[in-house]
Every structure is written in structure tokens, then in C-alpha cells.
Write a protein that binds this ligand. Sequence first.
Ligand code: HEM
Ligand SMILES: *[C@@H]1O[C@H](CO)[C@@H](O)[C@H](O)[C@H]1NC(C)=O
Ligand SMILES: *[C@@H]1O[C@H](CO)[C@@H](O)[C@H](O)[C@H]1NC(C)=O
Ligand SMILES: *[C@@H]1O[C@H](CO)[C@@H](O)[C@H](O)[C@H]1NC(C)=O
Ligand SMILES: *[C@@H]1O[C@H](CO)[C@@H](O)[C@H](O)[C@H]1NC(C)=O
Ligand SMILES: *[C@@H]1O[C@H](CO)[C@@H](O)[C@H](O)[C@H]1NC(C)=O
Length: 294
Amino acid sequence: MGSLCAAAAQNMSLCDKYTTALLTENNATNQYILLTLLVNTVVIGNYTQPNKNAVPGILAKGSYEGEEVDLLPYFNGSLKSNNRGGASGVAVNFLDDGGAVPLMMNMPANGTTSNQYFLLTHLYQFFGKLLACSGYDTMGFPKYSGQDMASSHAFMDLDPSEFGYFVTQVGLAATSFGVTTDDVSTVATALQKLFGYRCSPKVAVIPEMGPTLNSICQNEKCPLDPNAQCSAYPNNGVTMEPAWVDGINMTAPSPTGTMPSATTTGAVMFSGGASVERVAVGAIVGGLALAIAM
Ligand code: HEM
Ligand SMILES: *[C@@H]1O[C@H](CO)[C@@H](O)[C@H](O)[C@H]1NC(C)=O
Ligand SMILES: *[C@@H]1O[C@H](CO)[C@@H](O)[C@H](O)[C@H]1NC(C)=O
Ligand SMILES: *[C@@H]1O[C@H](CO)[C@@H](O)[C@H](O)[C@H]1NC(C)=O
Ligand SMILES: *[C@@H]1O[C@H](CO)[C@@H](O)[C@H](O)[C@H]1NC(C)=O
Ligand SMILES: *[C@@H]1O[C@H](CO)[C@@H](O)[C@H](O)[C@H]1NC(C)=O
């Protein structure tokens, strides 16, 4: 009988249940570490040991129901797909503060002011609330400080394959830490319902933000929400494919200095050079191996 059984018997949230199972002490600090492990694995693929299965991660090319998917251009500054308040999208490099290297050390970024830092910490916070961490918005677990989901993804024109690939990586990452099939499917169903339909009406996801527009899958191929309110969305919910940064394929920047470029990041992630970082992972979350091995 491991700690997971004890946690389940207390009817804890998924966040609290798996913090207890994997990190033993269920407090805000450890809940934030759990979300860091989960989100970092979703982004760069599995990097912790031991694990139950491989996770390619959302930056790796893949496929979903036969459709090829490549989400990297949305993150490496090649697509004008980000909402910075204007009428159209702008290109932003979210791998601008160390790329995969700090993630493999259980950090969001090398520094605390980069695009990478804000994206990763916002993901920890947001998924922490979705998974109902009891320590959310207490010392050690900052509350979500990003935009609503419709606004953040408004210029991405994400389709069901891109959305499905992302949700699959969340599921694979959770499974790799020992999350049960039932719990993974609970989360996947919730993600699909909240964010996977076109033109969904306002719903409160982050309670302190009040009701917000949340459709992430907003391409015409996305299933229409049964309660669709397209008029609540910009341009009546019609999105346009984001443009590529001019000349991106002609002027691929060559890596300089010690900062890995987004392209070299892909090589760093799965190369044998990861052993140094893995020592750091083991040192920070020493309880992980025991919990998974039970
Ligand atoms: C269940 C699905 C998803 C959830 C819950 C989710 C959640 C989030 C959250 C919480 C943020 C931070 C927003 C902010 O800081 O204001 C974000 C940003 C972002 N997401 Fe997603 N996301 C999902 C799917 C996707 C997919 C499929 C893509 C495909 C490329 C994607 C690309 C991005 C990008 C590029 C950003 C940065 C936006 C910016 O800061 O301007 N997301 N997402
Ligand atoms: C367990 O928690 C769920 C969700 O918070 C709640 O609906 C349910 O009534 C709880 N069950 C017990 C036995 O406390
Ligand atoms: C949570 O527990 C860990 C030990 O497992 C401790 O280092 C940390 O300070 C605690 N955090 C809080 C907020 O109590
Ligand atoms: C990812 O997981 C697979 C399957 O458990 C494993 O073979 C591989 O070594 C892992 N990769 C890393 C970088 O830890
Ligand atoms: C971003 O990713 C795309 C697709 O994988 C790649 O073709 C492009 O060269 C990358 N751009 C940069 C600036 O790394
Ligand atoms: C990481 O941050 C430190 C201190 O801010 C800086 O000296 C170093 O150059 C940074 N490294 C990378 C790879 O960005």
C-alpha cells in the first residue's frame, strides 16, 4: 500500500493526490514542483528518471489521427501568431532564455524576465488551478497571471490535430509519472470540453478572473460548441492562418555563444549530454523515484 492509496482515500484533488504520491509532503511548494515537472515534460519531452513511458513533447514534430503536426514554429518566433494587444499577431520567441536546458533542471527559464519565463510560469499556474492544487495562490504557489485562453491563442488558428497533439502530450507526460489511465482521461476530457470547441461561451476557469472566453481550438475544422456564441469572439470567431516571419527559411540564425537556439534545443533535449542535468533533477525531487517504484 503506497501513499497514493492513502491520498485517494482522502478524496484529494488530482494535484494534491499526485503531489502526495510522488513528493510525499503535500504542500504548496511541492505542488508547484509537481506542475513544473509535468509542464516541463509536456514541453520538452520526458527528461526525468525513472519514467513509465516516452513523451515526445509539444516542440517535437508528430502526428495526430494521421495528420502531421509541428507546433515548434508557434514557439520559436517564426510565426506571427501571438497576441500582444494589436489587431494582428506578432512573432515571439518563447525559447529565449536557455531553451530546454533550464527546463531539464526543473526551472522555467534561466532568468525571470524572458518570454520563456512568463510562458512557463503561466502554464504552471494555470494547470495548477485546473488540477485544483490546494496550495494555489498561497506562498509557494503563485496564482495565474496571464490572459484568458481565447485571447492568448486568438491569432494561432489552431486546428483539431494541433489541439489534439497538445492534449496527447499532456496525457503522455502525466502517464509517464504514474498518473492512472482514469485520471488522465478525466483531464483530457476536461481540456477538450473547456478549450477544444469553437466559439464556446464564457465560463469561469480561473475563478478570480470571472467568466472568460476560452476556445483554443478556433480553426473552422474545430467542432462548434453546442452553445456556440461566435459573436462574442473577435471577427465573429473566424480566425486566419498566421503568417510566417518574412524570409524565415532564408535567414535561419546560426547559434552563437552558449545560448542554444531553438533549433539546437531539439538536439539538446534528447542527446546523451543530459546526464549532468539529470543529477540536478534527482537532487531536487529525491522522493520521485521511490513513489513511482512502489
Ligand atoms: C488544452 C490546450 C491548451 C492549454 C490549456 C493552453 C494553455 C496556455 C496558457 C495558460 C498559456 C499562457 C497564456 C498567457 O501567458 O497569457 C498559453 C500560451 C500559449 N500557448 Fe497554449 N494552451 C493549450 C494549447 C495550445 C496549443 C495547441 C498551442 C499550439 C501551438 C499553444 C500555443 C501557445 C503559445 C504559443 C502560447 C504563448 C502565447 C503568448 O504568450 O502570447 N497552446 N497556453
Ligand atoms: C469528493 O470530491 C468531489 C469533488 O470535489 C465531490 O463531488 C464528492 O462529493 C466528494 N466525495 C466525498 C466522499 O467526499
Ligand atoms: C513543503 O515541504 C518541503 C519538504 O518536503 C519543505 O522544504 C518546504 O519548505 C515546504 N513548503 C511549505 C510552503 O511549507
Ligand atoms: C524517455 O523515456 C523513455 C522510455 O521510458 C526512455 O527510454 C528514455 O531514455 C527517456 N529519455 C530521457 C531523455 O530521459
Ligand atoms: C522554428 O521551427 C521551424 C519548424 O520546425 C523551423 O523550420 C525553423 O527553422 C525554426 N526557426 C528558428 C528561428 O529556429
Ligand atoms: C543565465 O543567467 C545568468 C545570470 O543572469 C547569465 O550570466 C547567463 O549568461 C545566462 N545563461 C544563459 C544560457 O542564458
